[in-house]
Design a protein around this ligand. Structure first.
Ligand code: HEC
Length: 470
């Protein structure tokens, strides 16, 4: 080693601190799940770096926020990719932090002496979700705006101080310019500081108490030669490269979503949260009215508390899943529940019935009447027209009745008795008058959208017609 080399090594404290830190021998049975933490830490650095560049172009004001996103996408060199990496990287962090949490749970790695490694980990998980929630508002598009309106109003359910919390989150009564600057400051100053400190403490604790690893690894402590460097670092690097490759591909081929600018009037606009909050959103629909607070507060806050306190419930040190059937069963039930609520949330939040599709021409009187019956009978509960207005997946899209050569008689017969068409049909029988069935069919036959193009009319407008005519 050159004299300069040993000089630098001495000044950097190589022998005393860095070498033991890097070359620390680890427990046996290191598997790939144990690289998740390192991948997350590096992803945070990626998010920080891309965020710094994005911040140079982004303008946190309602007038310019949306424009500045467009500017980044269209005019900034590599801006599209940069925003893509930031967006998809954030999604990857949420997924990986959840997987990290789940494996730690199933490995029983939260048990003594690692209680506080777990507690800090749960804190990091929540901060990561906080990044998602605050980052969501920044593009100031419809989705951003409405998700924030809905998200911040949830706090209103807190007893006594709910209104105050919501106001504090928004920086006023409404979601406004003050909300945007507030979220921006939290997103790029406060949360990164919290996450950075949390990561340092987390890693420190992991080193103090060692990686727990697989529940069998403590038994096989002896004779293992794996070291942090190079073995674990190498695995971590491979895992990161794989994850990052996916993020890059996503950034190249899929633009992060950007809807119309906030507050664009769109009659059929349905505010929806991002996918990883979907289950929470779905939860709200299980508790309507006065019970809403169970979905908004009791379950989420209770869930977080239980997560934090998990290591203190049961002091049994045994980590093997076979020895803790209740914890494992509850864990699996929660995971299945969340995934299920998320899936039906994503399927259901498809609006239906808020708009009616009509051909882009003057409708005749009877076609208009038919459209009204369509609305009254809620046919859109199962049928969409050219993908709009209805729920998909229940009944066929009715934009192609013409293409299928359906005749008036056939259509009337199939609405009157759908089981004639197919005996397994779940469509209810409609006992309308002959006249009503006729106009309904007029409306369906008017949907020759190839010929006329389509027009979208809000449901209210169709329903209103009733009164003016009566
Ligand atoms: C509960 C769900 C449901 C509702 C509500 C419903 N449908 Fe259906 N409908 C279906 C299903 C499912 C089929 C497909 C039957 C099959 O393929 O055998 C169908 C088929 C049809 C067809 C035949 C389409 C074709 O060309 O094959 C027409 C026409 C139709 N529905 C009209 C209506 C009208 C009009 C209403 C409202 C008055 C309505 N449906 C309400 C589920 C529904």
């Amino acid at each position: 080693m050159s004299r300069f080399g040993s000089y630098m090594r001495d000044r950097a404290g190589w022998d005393k601190y860095l070498k033991p830190f890097l070359e620390k021998p680890l427990l046996g049975n290191l598997d790939w799940s144990l690289t998740l933490g390192s991948v997350l830490a590096i992803l945070f650095v990626v998010e920080a770096l891309t965020g710094m560049v994005l911040a140079m172009y982004y303008n946190p004001s309602p007038e310019y926020a949306y424009q500045s996103i467009n500017y980044i996408m269209d005019d900034v060199f590599m801006g599209r990719i940069l925003r893509g990496i930031h967006h998809w990287g954030a999604g990857a962090m949420v997924i990986l932090v959840v997987i990290h949490l789940i494996t730690t749970f199933f490995y029983g790695a939260y048990k003594a002496p690692r209680e506080f490694t777990w507690v800090i980990g749960v804190f990091l998980f929540i901060v990561t979700l906080g990044f998602g929630f605050t980052g969501y508002l920044l593009p100031w598009d419809q989705k951003a705006y409405w998700a924030t309106v809905v998200g911040t109003s949830i706090a209103k359910d807190v007893p006594f101080i709910g209104e105050f919390i919501t106001k504090m989150l928004r920086g006023g009564a409404e979601v406004s310019a003050l909300t945007l600057t507030r979220f921006y400051a939290v997103h790029m100053l406060i949360l990164p500081a919290l996450l950075a400190v949390g990561i340092v403490v987390h890693i420190y604790l992991v080193r103090v108490h060692d990686i727990a690893g697989h529940w069998t690894s403590e038994k096989s402590k002896e004779g293992k030669t794996a070291r942090f460097y190079p073995d674990q670092v190498f695995n971590g690097a491979i895992a990161f490269i794989l994850v990052f490759a996916v993020i890059i591909l996503m950034s190249i081929f899929v633009d992060p979503p950007l809807e119309n600018v906030a507050l664009t009037p769109e009659p059929d606009y349905l505010p929806r949260p991002d996918w990883y909050f979907m289950w929470l959103y779905k939860l709200l629909t299980f508790f309507p009215g006065d019970l809403e607070f169970i979905g908004t507060l009791v379950i989420p806050v209770g869930g977080v508390l239980i997560l934090f306190l998990l290591p203190f419930f049961n002091r049994m040190k045994n980590r093997s899943p076979a020895d803790r059937p209740i914890a494992i069963a509850v864990g699996i039930a929660i995971i299945v529940g969340v995934v299920y609520a998320n899936l039906i949330g994503m399927a259901d939040s498809q609006t239906y019935g808020d708009v009616v599709v009509v051909p882009d021409r003057q409708l005749t009187q009877t076609e208009m009447k038919g459209a009204r019956i369509w609305v009254e009978k809620d046919c859109s509960y199962c049928h969409s027209v050219l993908g709009r207005g209805g729920r998909r997946g229940h009944g066929p899209d009715l934009s192609n009745v013409i293409a299928k050569g359906r005749t008036r008689e056939w259509l009337i017969a199939s609405v009157k008795d759908p089981q004639l068409v197919s005996e397994w049909n779940i469509m209810p029988k409609y006992e309308n008058t002959e006249e009503e069935l006729n106009v309904l069919t007029d409306y369906m036959l008017s949907l020759d959208l190839k010929k006329y193009g389509m027009k979208i009319i809000p449901r209210e407008e169709i329903a209103k017609g009733t009164e003016t005519e009566k």
